[in-house]
Design a protein around this ligand. Structure first.
Ligand SMILES: Cc1cc2nc3c(=O)[nH]c(=O)nc-3n(C[C@H](O)[C@H](O)[C@H](O)COP(=O)(O)O)c2cc1C
Length: 321
């Protein structure tokens, strides 16, 4: 077989690199949908060969009870959640959970939230000091808590937060932006100028389900975050907007919202994402990353591409009048 033939027949590679992490695939399990990994590993035989990285559930400096139940509602093509950042606090997570991560062969990214800049900074520094943590995602865009979106809806506030965390945190910082804000490009630019190493675009969209019999919101927290396929076209557009800004400064964008299949992941990457988060899809199948990577490989074969990184940002916009 000639080298040329060999090349054509080779399986396309899904390997990629993000913030110094070597990833087997561009698929990243989204924060809050994969817990701290060990809980899922207790009930399912997880195969990490299709998972490039896992973003752990968001932690805060102090423990949080979260919102009153019910906390989730099924919606057409998605779900609404109002978990409200329930977690046992950063010290507990570090002491009891992070040691277990060495049993899993993938990259781990911490996710941090807070009411104040001080909380974000302290929590990021603590999580980043653990050897199993490769980067820190700042959840600046949680719709389910008071102040949750404050930092992602104001360029100056977002910049001040990133700058403060960057000053003290020794590991790369990813800013998780809020979707659906018209000025997402401006916020993205502010985060980049303040030193963000990557941007996640984006989070859930605020929604409400009403229990018509009781004439009350179905969720205990009244509103919740809409996720799943219902938001995918919105999320893809959001990635396009963020990519327009981030590509000028060579800052990687991580797509997030409604990805269920290999073709969905390809859409995100064409729009400019160099890696893709998978969240709600995990609730339909904990092994979904295997299916998504198989689908992505199939797409690359059909497109005659050898490497997944070759498609990033290659979307051609149509001419409009
Ligand atoms: C039940 C649930 C809990 C979540 N918890 C968090 C969280 O703790 N931190 C965070 O940044 N995002 C959280 N998210 C948002 C997801 O990380 C993701 O941004 C969002 O669900 C959109 O992606 P998807 O459509 O693939 O689910 C949560 C989502 C769900 C459905």
């Amino acid at each position: 077989m000639t080298p040329e033939q060999n090349d054509t027949n080779a399986e396309p590679s899904l390997e990629t690199e993000l913030l110094g992490m070597k990833m087997r695939t561009p698929l990243i399990m989204a924060s809050g949908t994969f817990g701290y990994a060990f809980e899922i590993a207790r009930v399912a035989d997880l195969d990490f060969s299709h998972i490039g990285a896992v973003i752990l559930k968001s932690v805060t400096l102090e423990p949080r009870q979260g919102n009153p139940p019910p906390r989730v509602a099924e919606t057409p093509a998605g779900m609404l959640n109002s978990v409200g950042l329930q977690n046992p606090g950063v010290d507990y997570v570090i002491r009891h959970y992070l040691g277990m991560l060495e049993n899993f062969d993938t990259n781990f990214i911490a996710s941090v939230a807070g009411h104040t800049v001080h909380e974000y900074v302290e929590c990021s520094v603590k999580m980043a000091s653990h050897e199993s943590i490769r980067a820190v995602e700042l959840n600046m865009s949680c719709p389910n808590v008071r102040d949750g979106r404050r930092f992602a809806s104001d360029p100056a506030g977002a910049a001040a937060l990133i700058r403060a965390v960057k000053e003290r945190c020794p590991k790369p910082i990813i800013a998780k932006l809020a979707p659906g804000t018209e000025d997402v490009g401006e916020i993205a630019g502010a985060c980049i100028d303040a030193g963000a190493d990557a941007l996640s675009a984006g989070n859930t969209y605020v929604g409400m389900v009403i229990d018509t019999r009781r004439r009350r919101p179905l969720l205990g927290g009244n509103t919740g975050g809409l996720s799943g396929p219902a938001i995918r076209p919105l999320a893809v557009h959001n990635v396009c907007l963020v990519h327009q800004v981030a590509s000028q400064k060579n800052i990687p964008v991580i797509g997030c919202g409604g990805v269920m299949t290999g073709n969905d992941a390809a859409e995100m990457m064409l729009a400019g994402a160099c890696a893709v988060q998978v969240g709600t899809a995990v609730f339909t199948n904990v092994h979904i990353a295997a299916d998504i990577s198989a689908g992505l490989r199939k797409y690359l074969v059909a497109q005659k591409e050898n490497e997944v990184s070759a498609i990033v940002g290659t979307l051609q916009q149509n001419e409009t009048s």
